[in-house]
Design a protein around this ligand. Structure first.
Ligand SMILES: [Zn+2]
Length: 346
């Protein structure tokens, strides 16, 4: 049964549906989109104030179109299973998209200027026409500007058993105005208050704002580049081309480090290519040390990694447990890889 109530993350008026069997509730919030939270809300505890912006920036199901995707702390394997079922016509569990505290914190901006970048890109996504004002409610603005809604109060007994308490809206408002004023003073946006009480502010991007967005979008960091780690050599050329084909067909650009730099060492340049990649593809068939290292570096940065390996090759212990595309012939790679990219990255 669907009831109206308060969104657990941003306090907006949301639709809530309880699922006793999963001990969880499904929310459809105008700000956070569709998501699931367990009764024992470990994610909220661990992710804290990062959860609300994460949901806004990764939201599904707000535009009034039928949407089966939702963010959930459900484990990755079960999400994969439900998505598989969905693709074969069994829609009971929809299309869960796994989230956890590590994923959220890897995404969360690390610096002030990264915040500004994300904010401008978000505003841009909300404005259909250049020069147009968009009206935003208070909770959407709080999430958009990365305003902390809650304060962690450690318990009297230990640091770890505390509670997240809501902060006063007026404190959050002050901080939101601080960010808005910064954006306005730097000529990225213009904003003004709304007359209607349900709305809060209206804002638009300035030409300077658009210029910064253009610059960001040219930068590959959030672009379509994908670094491929594998053994390079004449013997692996067919493998290389098969991987390239799969990545290209999924709409991405494959970067092979030996095509852009001319030595085999792990260099700052290589690390930069990994950082600038949207995700990384690793073929582990030849147990190449560089490939293991590059995969580890990518995981450390929170980048999604897609693993490939020829059937019957022996995998290193740590990595053997991860879900891997096992290929038989090189010819079978492009389609399998493309499908995996579409299912897990897009
Ligand atoms: Zn919400």
């Amino acid at each position: 049964m669907i009831k109206m109530g308060e969104c657990a993350v941003c306090k907006s008026n949301a639709e809530i549906e309880r699922d006793g069997r999963r001990s969880s509730s499904f929310y459809t919030c105008p700000v956070c989109g569709s998501y699931e939270l367990y009764d024992l809300n470990e994610l909220e505890y661990k992710a804290g104030n990062q959860l609300a912006p994460y949901l806004l920036y990764h939201s599904f199901g707000k535009k009034g179109i039928i949407e089966y995707r939702y963010n959930t702390p459900l484990d990755k394997e079960t999400c994969d299973k439900y998505n598989k079922e969905f693709n074969s016509g069994k829609k009971t569990h929809g299309r869960p998209v796994h989230m956890d505290a590590d994923i959220i914190s890897a995404w969360y901006p690390k610096s002030f200027s990264e915040r500004i970048d994300l904010i401008l890109i978000y505003i841009n996504s909300r404005i259909p026409h250049i020069g147009q004002f968009v009206i935003l409610g208070m909770q959407e603005v709080f999430s958009m500007l990365f305003i902390d809604r809650k304060e962690y109060i450690p318990s009297a007994i230990s640091e770890n058993n505390g509670d997240w308490n809501w902060r006063e809206d007026t404190d959050c408002e002050d901080e939101a105005y601080y960010m808005l004023d910064y954006l306005q003073k730097n000529l990225y946006i213009e904003y003004r208050g709304c007359v209607n009480e349900d709305d809060w502010i209206e804002l638009r991007l300035t030409p300077e704002g658009y210029a910064r967005i253009d610059m960001l979008q040219k930068n590959t960091a959030r672009g379509r580049n994908v670094l491929v780690a594998m053994k390079f050599g004449d013997d692996t050329k067919p493998l290389r081309e098969a991987i390239r084909k799969g990545i290209t067909e999924a709409g991405y650009f494959a970067v092979f480090i030996d095509e852009v730099q001319h030595n085999d060492f792990i260099t700052p340049e290589l690390l930069k290519y990994i950082r600038d990649s949207k995700f990384v593809v690793v073929d582990l068939t030849h147990q190449n040390n560089g490939a293991y290292f590059e995969e580890g570096y990518a995981i450390g940065l929170g980048k999604p990694v897609i693993q490939l390996c020829q059937k019957d090759a022996i995998l290193h212990f740590d990595i053997a447990q991860k879900n891997t595309i096992m290929w038989d012939t090189v010819e079978s790679i492009p389609l399998m890889l493309k499908n995996r990219i579409v299912a897990t990255i897009d």
